[in-house]
Design a protein around this ligand. Structure first.
Ligand code: UGA
Length: 448
């Protein structure tokens, strides 16, 4: 009766792992989510996603109710539960080198492998430096005393805000296997796991470990480069004149370039692009080919300069200093439809302005809790108008739909001065100007 249903675990139930576990259950599989964090496991087990992600709550609840999805902190249980084990633990940035920290990954492997019996497939999903699979495979071979364990690397390309959809309807599935085992069944076994997705159809790309690891970081490096490219051009537009949005539209018509990820503004943040380009560059250095990726340092620099430029634009708009000024910052999340504030450009700008003596009031539709934990000294307002009350300047720092569609008239009577800095270039400037506002967009010709 259980046609195509497989038993599997997902180890590491953060953003990636929780989404993957819920989506594998949605495909009909029997899934056990595993994490060392008991609070997280308790929350997920009760059907509550511990972060904001559209639709994930529904998928989680539905599959728990259907009996296809459970959670545990017990690795012995995980070892017995199934024969396929996904690794979705975090690989954060090390503070000084920028390299990826693989401690959690190694810990998870050690906790699992010693307890395995029989034949198992471990599938890495975390973003890792090239060479990690080969290294982990050696460790696994040493640890697997009573089992035959294969390792595959299957990078994840989901975006926050679209995590469920990206997992169930991915652009492609990439699987890297041991190049020393041409007889490996790992790719076939994984194809079984993803059968329902592959039937859509979805390209299924098999390759060796190193290539699969590199596909992931190359994709993110390319995306980051695309964003910094358009932001670099916006620096030119600022001084030479020119509309970087019209320019992006025009070059984007060339299918080889494409319009997506060409939105100039405050640049990229979040838990992935910034850390991934730094880790990739650090890995290239370790491999003795640092110069190959030295441009990623510039991609990073262009990106960080947008934050400085936004602060400078606000200061100029405030006649040179924000000291004692009321500044409303609309947006705290690193992007809309997310409550994630990791490396958030919006909060970096808010913090810089506060440091320069501004009285900053922040509002975000979803990220207030996370923002307040990371930046407890900023003031948080309960709505956009509340943040804008008596403001000398309003900054749009994350392009939430509710800010994009905000009517200027809604704020006109509330603010001290009708001055708006559109750091995401997401507003209809003409309508703000028509309503009597001084409208300034980051990346456009510098204001007087
Ligand atoms: C990114 C990638 O897009 C995913 O494919 C990848 O799987 C994920 O990282 C990961 O490695 O886990 P995500 O961090 O969720 O996804 O966010 P993006 O939608 O890529 O946005 C990243 C940042 O770039 C945001 O701060 C966004 O505001 C900024 N951005 C994006 C721009 O400044 N301009 C653009 O045109 C597009």
């Amino acid at each position: 009766g259980s046609h195509g249903v497989m038993k599997m675990t997902v180890i590491g139930c953060g953003y990636l792992g929780a989404t993957h576990a819920a989506c594998m259950a949605e495909l009909g599989h029997d899934v056990l989510g595993v994490d060392v964090d008991a609070t997280k496991i308790e929350s997920l087990g009760a059907g509550t996603v511990p972060f904001f992600e559209p639709n994930l709550d529904d998928v989680l609840k539905r599959n728990i109710a259907a009996g296809r999805l459970r959670f545990t902190t017990d690795f012995a249980e995980a070892a017995q539960f199934g024969r396929v084990h996904f690794l979705g633990v975090g690989t954060p940035q090390q503070p000084t080198s920028g390299a990826a920290d693989l401690t959690a990954l190694r810990t998870a492997v050690r906790a699992l492998v010693g307890q395995l019996r029989g034949e198992h497939l471990i599938v890495g999903k975390s973003t890792v430096p090239v060479g990690t699979s080969a290294e982990l495979a050696d460790e696994i071979a040493a640890l697997a005393r009573h089992a035959s364990v294969e390792l595959a690397w299957n990078p994840e390309f989901l975006r926050e805000g679209f995590a469920v959809d990206d997992t169930l309807r991915p652009d492609r599935i990439v699987v890297g296997t041991d190049p020393g085992r041409p007889d490996s069944r790992a790719a076939d076994k994984l194809a079984e796991v993803y059968r329902a997705i592959l039937d859509e159809p979805t390209p299924y790309l098999t390759m060796d470990w190193a290539t699969a690891e590199l596909v992931k970081v190359s994709a993110n490096a390319f995306l980051a480069t695309k964003i910094s490219f358009i932001n670099a051009i916006s620096e030119i537009c600022e001084v030479a004149g020119g509309d970087v949005t019209a320019l992006a539209d025009a070059i984007g018509h060339d299918a080889r370039i494409g319009r997506r990820f060409l939105n100039a503004g405050l640049g990229f943040g979040g838990g992935c692009l910034p850390k991934d380009i730094r880790a990739f560059a650090a890995r290239a250095e370790e491999l003795g080919v640092g110069s190959a990726l030295s441009f990623l340092r510039q991609v990073d620099e262009v990106n960080m300069r947008r934050r400085t430029a936004a602060v400078a634009m606000v200061e100029r708009a405030c006649d040179g200093s924000v000291l004692g000024r009321n500044v409303a910052v609309l947006g705290a999340a690193f992007k809309p439809e997310s409550d994630d504030v990791r490396d958030s450009p919006a909060l970096a700008v808010a913090a810089q302005l506060a440091l320069r003596g501004a009285r900053v009031a922040v509002f975000d539709p979803k990220a207030m809790g996370n923002a307040a934990r990371g930046f407890p000294t900023l003031r948080y307002a309960e709505s956009a108008p509340a943040a804008a009350r008596n403001a000398d300047v309003v900054i749009v720092a994350t392009e939430w739909a509710e800010f994009v569609h905000m009517s200027p008239d809604e704020l006109s009577g509330i603010v001290a001065r009708r001055l708006i800095v559109d750091a995401r270039r997401c507003l209809d400037g003409d309508s703000w100007t028509a309503a009597g506002w001084d409208y300034r967009a980051l990346g456009s010709t510098v204001d007087g």
